[in-house]
Design a protein around this ligand. Sequence first.
Ligand code: IFM
Length: 444
Amino acid sequence: MSHPTHLRSQFPNGFRFGAATSSYQIEGHQFGGAGRTHWDDFAAGPGNVVRAEHGGQACDHYNRYEEDLDLVKDAGFDAYRFSVSWARVLPEGRGTPNPEGLDFYDRLTDAMLERGLDPWVTLYHWELPSALADLGGWRNRDIAMWLADFAEVIMGRIGDRMHAIAPINEPWCVAWLSHYLGLHAPGLRDIRATARAMHHVCLAHGTTTQALRAMGLSNLGGVFNLEWSHPADDTDDAREAAALYDDIYNNFFLGGVFKGAYPERIVQGLGAHLPGGWENDFDTITTPLDWCGLNYYTCSRIAPAPETPWPHLRAEEGPLPKTQMGWEIYPDGLKQFLLRTAQEFTGDLPLFITENGMANADVVTNGTVDDQARISFVQAYLNAVQDAIAEGVPVNGYFLWSLMDNFEWAVGYEKRFGAVHVDFETQKRTPKASWHWLKSGLSE
Ligand code: IFM
C-alpha cells in the first residue's frame, strides 16, 4: 500500500465516494431475455471492436450482482452508480416490457439498499435497442419521447428507491464519438447524423428530465464528459483549433443544458445540418437540474488540419505519462473544469465527479494485483478535487470508474479499468491493491 492517507478525512463531511459501472459493460446481455442492441450489431461488423468482442457475457453481473455489490460495500463506498439497459427492460425499445428485466433491476436496487449503498442510476449508457436504431436512433427526433417513455417504465418500478437519476451518460460520446468519428455504435461518420444526434441528445435529456419530474421523482442530474483541450503549439491557429475542440467537446452540451445556447462556432459549422426548429427546444433542454456530474479522464493537444473536413482539427500526441488507453494523465484539467463549470455554467449547483479512473495492464500474480499506478492516479485526481473545493467549488462526491474490469467498448476486454480484477474465463474477482487502498482510506 503506497501510504497511509485516510481519504475520507481529507474531504468535507458528507462528501460521497462511489463506484461506477454500466449495464452493457458488466451484466452479460445474453441473460434474462434482453433484446438486441446496436452494440451487438456494431460488434458484429468487421474491425469495429477488438477481436469482435461484445457484451454477451461481460462480467456475468446479471448472475453475480450480490458478490459484486459486496465488493462495493466492503471497499467502503457510499454509493453505486449503475445503468439500466433499455433493451433488457423493453426488448423492442418500446411496447411490452420484459418482466425478467424489471425484476432484475428491482432485485439489484434492493441489494444496494440492503448494503446501505445509495443507488445512482443512469437511464441511457449507450446500448440503444436495435429496433430503435432501425428507426434512425439518435438521428430521429422521436428518440426524446422514446427515452422519456422508457424512463417512465423503469422508474415506475424502481424510481421510488433511487437516490439520484441521470437520463444520459456522456452526450459527446453518444453524439460525436459515435456519429462523427464512427468509433462507437452505430459507427457513423456523417456530419448530418452528428448534428442531429448532438441536438437530440440535449432534447432527450430535457424531455426525460421533465417526465421524471412529472412522476414526482427528485435529485435529477446530467452527466457530461469533459476533456481538457490544449493547443498543440504556441500559435494563434492552434489556439483557435483548441478553442473549437473545446466548444465541440465541452461547451456544446453544457451550454445547451445550462445556458440554453450552443456555442456560436458550432452553430456556424453545423448549422446547415441541425434539425429544423432546433432553436425552439431550449425551454425543454434547460429544464432545471438538482446536480451536475462531470466525467473526466484526460486532455488533448489540438492542431489545425485545414486539409480535413470541418472542424479541420487533428489531435497530436502529448508529452505526459499515459494510461493503458494512451490517455495523458492531467489532474489539473479536473480542477480547471470544476472551477470553470461552476463559474460559467452551474453556479451553486452541487457537482459530482461521476467518473474518473484509469486503464492499466493489470495481472494477477500469486493471487494479488499490484496496481500502484492506479493508486497514484486516484490520489492525484482526488487532490485536484480538494484544490477545487478549497477554491469554493461545491463538489459533493467522487465516483471511481470502475468497480471492476469490464467490456471497454471498441477496445474490448483488454483495457482494465477496475479496482477489482476480473478473469473473463472463470469470472473470478480479485480485488486489486487499489481496492484495498480505498478500503483503508474510506473506512469510517
Ligand atoms: O468505459 C467508459 C464508460 O462507459 C464511459 N466513460 C468512460 C469509460 C472509460 O472509457
